[in-house]
Design a binder for this molecule. Structure first.
Ligand SMILES: *[C@@H]1O[C@H](CO)[C@@H](O)[C@H](O)[C@H]1NC(C)=O
Ligand SMILES: *[C@@H]1O[C@H](CO)[C@@H](O)[C@H](O)[C@H]1NC(C)=O
Ligand SMILES: *[C@@H]1O[C@H](CO)[C@@H](O)[C@H](O)[C@H]1NC(C)=O
Ligand SMILES: *[C@@H]1O[C@H](CO)[C@@H](O)[C@H](O)[C@H]1NC(C)=O
Ligand SMILES: *[C@@H]1O[C@H](CO)[C@@H](O)[C@H](O)[C@H]1NC(C)=O
Ligand SMILES: *[C@@H]1O[C@H](CO)[C@@H](O)[C@H](O)[C@H]1NC(C)=O
Ligand SMILES: *[C@@H]1O[C@H](CO)[C@@H](O)[C@H](O)[C@H]1NC(C)=O
Ligand SMILES: *[C@@H]1O[C@H](CO)[C@@H](O)[C@H](O)[C@H]1NC(C)=O
Length: 552
């Protein structure tokens, strides 16, 4: 079952497969609102979440129990060859992976999964600062470059079904403004994939919630704000993390309302997580029958059970297997056997046919109201070239004293913005607001460059008094002939430009890999009454906006 693994390119592997008569994994594509394999059959995701749980520091700041570390499950051939027979027993055709390390080699695991006809959905986020920050979102060069490095690392594999640009970024009506940044990320990732002739889909995994914001969010992520109907800013694949069916239930008592809400949805949709835990009971996974039969198959293209590996949260223990402490063996649970038998007995309808499904249409976007705040004016495409042009011409530059400068940058942005406020100036150039649709011209640059910009503005406001660039030894004076504002307007000539991004000049995978890890697979129940959440690692921008807020 585990093909002998050599470091061969996917193309060579595919050619070899053809030679020996083994069929290469089929391409999956989207027609209308459904997915199809090459032979025209409807494709249903029958999957499982596949990521060991990272370290979770429980605190009131981390109500969603988001991990701060991760283990890349596709980079260890010993571990994935151990698991492959169990994934095959479960009968899955897809695994979802929440965080990967683009600097590691994934050939062995990806080729083995492909050989077993298993697709992979890859989330591009990393824990902490590697994700869109729901509290103070920004779509920056750092994040875009991280996403591109991951896409580049997986571009040669034939079994990447989709890349998710975010997981549960919006968690309540009051954070729906963040959706503008998700949509911008989808737009830029989509353009990048097209430029690479990749057929991987662009996805997002949404937390469940009340229809007054969950539904407009879904519609917004799949709409076209221009009248071109091109879908250039729309997702290809919408995921809903849905835990509505718990224990002994029925379609009517669990999914019927949600199914009705998405009845007219325009793009393929699936349950990016399912599998509610009822305390003290093993999971029977009866919901599988409902998910893979009509009327749900009119709307949904299957789903993914959470989770292969043990995953503990306040909502329960979600693992289907346990791994021995020496990492060598796998023990399956009753839940595993139940899911296996449920997956083994589904036969979803092979309809409509791809020709009937037609092409995808992109409706206009939902209007803003008190429960849906996102503007259809999206943030621009982050430009490394423009930010570095500006950075090198600024007269007061941040000089980091360590490679892990997140905390310092946050504190200094906060401080710098408060100084600018006292001087009668503002931090508007670095602020981004997805509700008003206003994006400062420097707001897509890396936090360090934003900081140099703020420091320069303050230094200039103090008539270039040397002391005003010190910032406790964090700033260095550079000779510069132009003001910060002049530099910004000459380097960033069109602050609202969108374009097809290219790979960062730095070697992909090497420059953005120092963060912590494991993104936020929640495994929580749909929390409608979610408490305020402040991502621990996202203090950079939080502090920046804190600084801004104190000025208002
Ligand atoms: C996250 O922080 C690390 C350490 O400061 C940095 O190397 C990395 O580029 C940051 N990632 C993003 C996407 O900002
Ligand atoms: C806002 O609009 C959405 C539809 O886009 C609707 O479902 C929701 O109920 C509206 N909210 C309010 C407060 O009217
Ligand atoms: C790979 O996984 C095996 C099995 O869990 C473990 O023993 C080994 O330490 C892992 N290797 C690395 C480099 O993490
Ligand atoms: C970076 O520094 C912050 C705050 O000082 C700390 O919480 C975090 O763990 C550090 N990250 C790394 C990768 O060392
Ligand atoms: C963003 O814009 C909205 C709408 O104009 C406004 O209500 C909100 O206060 C702004 N947020 C920040 C952080 O400035
Ligand atoms: C830089 O700024 C940080 C945060 O304000 C401060 O703790 C530190 O003392 C400053 N100086 C140096 C040299 O890091
Ligand atoms: C990726 O792996 C490299 C090599 O093990 C490591 O140095 C780096 O910290 C990892 N990056 C992330 C984001 O975990
Ligand atoms: C946002 O809404 C959530 C849930 O409705 C609430 O718990 C939280 O306090 C709100 N946050 C802010 C900043 O208003």
């Amino acid at each position: 079952m585990w093909p002998s693994v050599r470091r061969v390119s996917a193309a060579v592997a595919a050619a070899a497969a053809l030679f020996t008569g083994v069929q290469a994994i089929s391409k999956v594509s989207r027609d209308g609102r459904y997915l199809y394999t090459d032979d025209g059959s409807r494709f249903y995701i029958k999957g499982v979440a596949y990521q060991p749980q990272g370290a979770v520091v429980a605190s009131s700041d981390n109500a969603f129990e988001e991990p701060s570390t991760f283990t890349d499950p596709l980079a260890n051939s010993t571990a994935c060859s151990r698991d492959l027979p169990y994934l095959q027993q479960l009968g899955v055709n897809t695994v979802r992976v929440y965080s990967v390390n683009s600097s590691l080699n994934h050939d062995s695991c990806m080729q083995a999964l492909s050989g077993a006809n298993i697709y992979v959905i890859i989330d591009l986020s990393l824990p902490l600062n590697g994700s869109l920050d729901r509290n103070s979102p920004a779509w920056t060069t750092s994040l875009l470059d991280q996403y591109i490095a991951t896409i580049n690392a997986f571009s040669s594999y034939d079994n990447v079904l989709a890349y998710n640009v975010g997981n549960e970024v919006v968690i309540a009506a009051n954070s729906t403004g963040t959706a503008a940044f998700i949509k911008a990320a989808a737009r830029d990732v989509k353009a990048y994939l097209q430029s690479k002739s990749s057929n991987a889909l662009v996805g997002y995994a949404a937390i469940d919630g009340t229809p007054d914001w969950r539904d407009p969010l879904a519609n917004y992520l799949s709409c076209d704000p221009s009248s071109s109907n091109s879908g250039s800013t729309a997702l290809d694949l919408y995921g809903l993390n849905n835990y509505e069916w718990c224990g002994d239930s029925t379609y009517q008592a669990s999914y019927a309302g949600t199914n009705g809400d998405y009845a007219g949805y325009n793009i393929p949709a699936y349950f990016s997580e399912f599998g509610c835990v009822v305390s003290g009971q093993s999971r029977t996974f009866q919901e599988v029958t409902a998910i893979y039969s009509s009327p749900m198959t009119d709307v949904w293209s299957g789903g993914l059970a959470f989770s292969y590996f043990p995953a503990e949260s306040s909502a329960g223990q979600f693992g289907l297997v346990t791994i021995s402490s020496d990492g060598t063996s796998v023990s399956t649970s009753t839940d595993f056997n139940n899911l296996k038998s449920q997956y083994g007995s589904v036969s979803p309808p092979n309809s409509p046919s791809s020709s009937t499904a037609g092409s995808t249409s992109y409706p206009s976007c939902p209007t803003q109201n008190s429960t849906f705040l996102a503007s259809t004016t999206l943030p621009p495409t982050p430009s490394d070239a423009e930010c570095s042009c500006m950075n090198s011409a600024l007269s007061c530059q941040f000089t980091p004293s360590s490679s892990n400068d997140s905390a310092t940058v946050g504190a200094l942005l906060d401080y710098g913005c408060s100084l600018l406020g006292q001087a009668g100036l503002s931090c508007n150039d670095i602020a981004a607001n997805g509700s008003s649709g206003t994006y400062g011209r420097v707001s897509f640059c890396a936090p360090e460059i934003m900081l140099s910009y703020v420091m320069t503005e303050y230094y200039e406001s103090q008539n270039k008094n040397q002391q005003a660039c010190s910032f406790g030894g964090n700033g260095t004076v550079h000779s510069a002939s132009e003001s910060a504002a002049a530099v910004a307007s000459s380097c960033i000539s069109n602050p609202s430009a969108t374009f097809t991004p290219s790979s960062p000049a730095t070697a992909s995978g090497s420059s953005h890999t120092t963060g912590s890890s494991g993104s936020s697979h929640s495994g929580t129940l749909a929390t409608v009454d979610s408490r305020a959440v402040f991502g621990l690692g996202l203090m950079v921008v939080v502090s920046a906006i804190g600084g801004i807020a104190t000025l208002l």
